[in-house]
Design a protein around this ligand. Sequence first.
Ligand code: BGC
Length: 753
Amino acid sequence: MMFKKTFLIVGVLMMLFGACSPTSTQKSDNDIEGKVDALLKEMTLEEKIGQMSQVDPGVFGTPEELKAAIKNGEIGSLLNVFGAENVNELQRTAIEESRMGIPLIIGRDVIHGYRTIFPIPLGMAASWNEDLVRESAAIAAREAASMGINWTFAPMIDVSRDPRWGRIAESAGEDPLLNSMVARAMVQGYQGDDLSDPATIAACAKHYIGYGAAEGGRDYNTTIIPDIYLHNIYMPPFREAVNAGAATVMTAFNDINGIPATGHERNNRQILKNELGFDGFVVSDWASIEEMIAHGYAADGKHAAELALNAAVDMEMSSRTYVNNLEQLLEEGKVKQEWIDDAVRRILRVKFRLGLFDNPYVDVELAEKVLVTDEHLEVAEKLAEESVVLLKNDNNTLPLKKGTKVALVGPLADQPYEQLGTWIFDGDENDSETVLEAFNAYNGENNVAFAEGLAYSRDKSEKGFRDAERAINQSDVVVLVVGEESILSGEAKTLAELKFPGKQNELIELAASKGKPVVMVVMAGRPTGLRQTQDFADAVLYAWHPGTMAGPAIANLVFGEAVPSGKLPVTFPKGEGQVPVYYAHKMSGRPASEENWTHIDEIPVHAVQHSLGNTNHSLDYGFTPLYPFGFGLSYTTFEYSDMNLSSETMTQNDELTITATIKNSGKVTGTEVVQLYTRDLVAFYTRPVRELKDYKRVTLQPGESVQVEFTIGADEIGFYLPDGTYTIEPGDFHVWVAPNAAEGLQNEFEVVE
Ligand code: BGC
């Protein structure tokens, strides 16, 4: 093998990806900086430290104690305050009764909608529809702002390749580019063009960084992330969020190679603030400063405060190590005044950008006009529809004809709360439309025989099976709505086994035993349950937790009023023993193929060692996942042909245009997400077998063709070296235009010096 020379574009790409294109919120605003300076001059040390402290009234103390602390300038931010009047009252205390009159910034977890609940973020990512994701965040912001909230702890953009981890539900899945899309769309949606607009709120890109790599998928667990992975896999969504103008960033709970993210000076100050040019403020996660003691990194609260401030954490969430120790640490010379001033400057900057000094109060009548409007519900329905992935549709079982006698069975078919998913503090199940309600409305109650079969997803009693059987016997098709309750995914909800809980597998088998077509609709916060059950189903719609409008969205898809277009944002493993399994893996020296592996059941007894060959696979699962990243069927079919490249070579300053024809070869109008992947064949550091570089959504009438065109620049086909510099190596590349990460048309080009 010949070694190739490497182009090192030190610094230049830092500028390209970094701080060279400030958005409106990041534009240096002399006016704001002047005001911040003026305030800083007036503030006492105690008041500065107060700005760096965020508390939850529910844990802080009595309402009187809270007000007294606000009055004394000991608190800069609150989270989890409910109600516009309440917010106004606390805000009034800060403005009128504290010496400096600095408004509070009110934070809340508005993760996938405020009252109108959209699909969980993993579901949103499955839509691959940036415009809709942006719109959902704008709606969430409008609703939240009407309740006095200024700041959401979203988007969560932790690349995650482990479905055991409950928080995969909150992420955009396994791919850096898809997470970057969600990062950009959500930051733009929450913040709009102008943060001081009363309908926008500050975003918070979290959890910086590497949280999704928790060992074993166990939440909060340690992570081992080589720098080359940090820069190429975990950093891109944060880079994108910063470029989109994210007002704040939250540090993560995990440690990375032995250093807690919250105490990671290099990652936080050097990379995030200095190299990426982030000029907003960094908030810790809930007590993650204090938790550095449990990590075995800080000796006590005082030491934790020292480590966190020196590691560029500007605001402390919930724990009180800053308030209790910074003054003394400053006296002892263990922290610098400069870092305290920098932290306060950043916090005040965001408060000014939010317009809080001019317009701190919220109109208490506003919420009534803004929450769960028809317009918001319409967007929620559309996004829910587009987030659903059709994984299987044997004999065109779907869509069903209107009026078909349907048995609607399963523990999630009529659960207004469970369909909302994790992190819905302000969602209201009374707003939800369930699958049962929507089926009755569309298909007519007489054509829907409903039996839940199991009262909830973990139910182990078969008491309801008889009713389910009765419903199935009187129908022509069974639609099973199965999966996980909302509490089974999200924070601290790791599962060691990927299967439907309770007696759902038995219920599915029972349904299949009646000889009628079975449609399985899965509501879950992670990839789960299919290996054991999908053979019993003729069709599978993977719906994640779809939110308020789950019912209408699923009814539309089942009855063909809408055509599935979702594609998987994460690889579906055959089982937990295959995890981690992701499309952008490296090639081993002994790749497996269909020809060179033998299933455990096929191995001859007393087979001689090496007689079966030695390749990179599992004896039981083989080497492919259950479903690849990017996969999703439609009610129509798409043909890919005529792939062309504008040139066979490109220099490191060039662009390359790739075209392919996509034809709707089926009978209904449908939308295809066309994906562009590349592979760098030989590099100084081995590169993944495929990397998603771009994608395009195309909607085609039956018989219609379109030429899809992608342009990639050299800045998209290089990669970051362990020291964070960007390199584009000359040499051969493969390129695919593909319906998913395992198929597609392939071509090649060469990068030349
Ligand atoms: C979570 C964060 C969240 C914070 C505030 C933490 O436990 O990790 O994602 O924003 O709580 O609720």
